[in-house]
Design a protein around this ligand. Structure first.
Ligand code: SF4
Length: 371
């Protein structure tokens, strides 16, 4: 762990995710120990109802629990009403400066609003937005971004430091609390992994509000994936973070897939089968990557949380994959099937896939009462 993370962690206790305030976004709970929901954001123009609905449905299909839409103008706010009629995923309206758009979005049925009270100049209008959110029982997410802190905070803290980000969140929260509003979710985003983690830790030492975790502008391609996984993974592994959004350039479905992988690798949520494959070395007797991909494809229907291993050789394979529920390793022209490191039978290579799938189904049924 980085020395700075360790230092900040030792300054005070964290409110971990079991003890944060619980809020509800449509039928999905955030905080208070609820399963961590995955969020993503549409790339379409919100006013293009057909394209937006199509993308929301695709996101839902890959496991997105909450979808955020940009509401930059009245056309988008009006479209929200139609979109809500076509989808059953909770929808978050992303508003920047306009109380009018926030009110329209709430009226249109948004299940949550992402809005910074500090950006609404006329306080009477902020009061109207809060009143509408209270009437509909919808939460508000306060989103602090290191790139857009106000000049006073930057001056006071000598830059967009974690303390400056938390102070900014505290000021936004205070505006809502003054109006009697507490169903607040907070995000503290920066493109720097360590600074982001420090901000989340510092916040969780002071507040009990649930945290929306993400790394902003994580980058493109493999770098974006690595930065997101390390950043979000670091924060979640400390026991904080109540909902996640991976931000990647490109198709939003990819964000959801990566979020699922992060949550599954930390054992925070189950998403069916996880295929473990050895990296292959000079001992390999099969093409592990090809077989592992086939196994993944053929076991997609299994929703029980199973670990299936595909290993490259029988010498080390079963032992290296001891933690897997079930696995496969080649033995010359044949294949060994093993369970938790123990060989159970040897079968011809061409039957390997079929046997592995049926054994996994049986195991899922026996262990979890479902496939
Ligand atoms: Fe190498 Fe065998 Fe280990 Fe795969 S399982 S990395 S082939 S030793």
């Amino acid at each position: 762990m980085s020395v700075r993370l360790y230092e900040v962690l030792s300054r005070g206790e964290l409110t971990t995710r079991e003890n944060t305030r619980r809020v509800h976004v449509g039928g999905v709970a955030i905080g208070g120990g609820a399963p961590i929901p995955i969020q993503s954001m549409t790339r379409t123009k919100t006013e293009d109802v057909g394209a937006t609905v199509k993308q929301i449905l695709k996101l839902k299909q890959v496991g997105c629990d909450i979808v955020r839409l940009a509401v930059p103008n009245e056309r988008a706010a009006k479209a929200l009403k139609e979109i809500k009629l076509c989808v059953d995923v909770p929808i978050v309206a992303d508003i920047h400066f306009s109380a009018k758009l926030a009110l329209m979005a709430i009226e249109a049925g948004a299940d949550k609003v992402r809005l910074n009270p500090g950006n609404i100049r006329e306080k009477a209008k902020l009061r109207d937005v809060v009143k509408a959110a209270l009437e509909r029982s919808i939460p508000i997410r306060v989103g602090v971004n290191a790139g857009s802190l106000n000049p006073e905070l930057l001056h006071k803290y000598g830059g967009p430091t974690p303390q400056a980000m938390v102070e900014c969140a505290a000021l936004e929260i205070a505006q809502l609390e003054r109006l009697g509003f507490y169903d607040i979710v907070v995000s503290l985003k920066s493109s720097d992994v360590i600074e982001t983690a420090l901000a989340y830790i510092t916040f969780a030492q002071r507040f009990q509000y649930p945290l929306h975790v993400g790394i902003t502008e994580a980058g493109v391609g493999d770098e974006g994936i690595a930065v997101s996984a390390v950043g979000i993974g670091t924060i979640l592994s400390l026991g904080i973070g109540d909902t996640v959004r991976v931000s990647l350039a490109g198709e939003p479905e990819r964000e959801v897939e990566l979020a699922r992988m992060i949550l599954r690798s930390l054992k925070l949520r189950d998403f069916g089968v996880r295929v473990i494959a050895c990296p292959m070395c000079g001992r390999h007797e099969i093409d592990v990557k090809e077989l592992a991909e086939k196994v993944r494809e053929m076991t997609q229907h299994i929703k029980a949380p199973l670990n299936i291993a595909v290993m490259g050789c029988h010498v080390n394979g079963p032992g290296e994959a001891k933690m897997a529920d079930i696995g496969i390793a080649p033995l010359r022209e044949k294949v060994i099937l093993f369970m938790r490191g123990k060989p159970i039978k040897t079968i011809p290579k061409e039957r390997a896939l079929e046997e592995l799938v049926s054994l996994s189904e049986r195991l899922a049924e026996e262990a979890y009462g479902r496939i």
